[in-house]
Design a protein around this ligand. Structure first.
Ligand code: ADP
Ligand code: MG
Length: 312
């Protein structure tokens, strides 16, 4: 069974249970409307040694930063401000005190950078391998929250940065090249917290998510949940230096934002984003009413069966 087949089954099994005010499973975060027109956001991510990282290919400090960054990215993906996290660690005997202290220093430094509190968690022994689970909590005005389900036909599709660096970095790491720029980027993702907050406040932005599994698979989540399709122009996909088009489209863990914006306001949105952040919004296609994902090369459909990265 695929990861998403399993999640669908979970949703079906729990369909009759009360949601107690929450919006249900299926977005980057769970959303709970609270007082004063605000909402709380909740997200959890798991990092497993051997599946998500290799201990010999990353420092403990980098891993501490990454474990937090991937969760902050999910808060940013909905236009939220991260406020607190809970951290659970299962550590085997061969990850000793020094390893744990360096890990916590990486986690602390990024928490400080974004003003995020650590408010709980759990610590336990592991028989084998390190497991890290972070739950992050964010907050935003309900009116600023951007969901995967809000794309509309005619919208322009944007990413907030070039793609494929992390995928190229993973290839470097697996080949033992630990110090290439791409490998360093793979181990040190920067969550786009300021960008997400800014985009959350913009009415032109309809749907948004973060790119954790790769454009080819993440875009399908926006299409499925919005009941729309998309045309992606291959020549417009922004490829990070040292990467290639297929890695940019299918590689995971870039943690850039993927968003759709009203066609009428899209040009101004991009202009103001560039002024605010000094880096462009990359338009790479548009949303259609067909429910299909079509890759176009110079205007012609290309039959690519591209999918993103999956751990399962
Ligand atoms: P993301 O990549 O943004 O972390 P995923 O694509 O992994 O999100 O997950 C899709 C949705 O399924 C999310 O809303 C997530 O919270 C939910 N989900 C994933 N695994 C489980 C699980 N074991 N139980 C309940 N919900 C889950
Ligand atoms: Mg996400």
């Amino acid at each position: 069974m695929t990861e998403f087949g399993f999640i669908d089954k979970i949703c079906a099994r729990f369909a009759e249970l009360p949601l107690n005010g929450f919006e249900g499973i299926g977005d980057d975060c769970a959303v709970l409307p609270v007082a004063d027109g605000d909402a709380l956001l909740f997200t959890a991510d798991l990092l497993n040694e051997g599946v998500h990282f290799l201990r010999r290919a990353t420092s403990a400090r980098e891993l501490g930063g990454k474990a937090l960054a991937v969760n902050l990215s999910d808060i940013a993906a909905m236009g939220g401000r991260p406020v607190a996290t809970l951290l659970s660690l299962a550590l085997p005997p061969d990850a000793g005190e020094t390893w744990a202290e360096e890990f916590m220093e990486g986690y602390r430094a990024l928490s400080e950078r974004y003003g995020v509190a650590l408010v709980g968690g759990d610590t336990t022994r592991s028989g084998q391998g390190i497991t890290i689970n972070v739950t992050a909590i964010g907050r935003a005005p309900l009116s600023c929250i951007k969901r995967r389900s809000a794309a509309r036909p005619g919208d322009v599709l944007f990413t907030t940065g070039a793609l494929g660096a992390s995928g190229a970095g993973l290839r470097d790491l697996l080949a033992g090249r630990l110090d290439t720029p791409a490998a360093v980027e793979h181990r040190n993702p920067r969550p786009q917290v300021e960008e997400g907050l800014w985009l959350g406040m913009r009415r032109e932005v309809h749907a948004m998510m973060d790119l954790s599994d790769g454009l080819a698979s993440d875009l399908r989540h926006i299409l499925d949940r919005s009941g729309v399709g998309a045309e992606v122009l291959l020549e417009r996909v922004p490829v990070a230096e040292g990467s290639d088009l297929q890695t940019a489209a299918c590689g995971g863990e870039d943690y850039k934002l993927l968003l759709t914006a009203d066609a009428e306001g899209a040009g101004q949105l991009a202009d103001e984003f560039l002024k605010r952040f000094g880096s462009p919004l990359h338009p790479l296609g548009r949303i259609t009413g067909t429910r299909e994902l079509v890759w176009l090369q110079n205007g012609n459909p290309v039959p690519l069966d591209w999918h993103g990265f999956t751990h399962y």
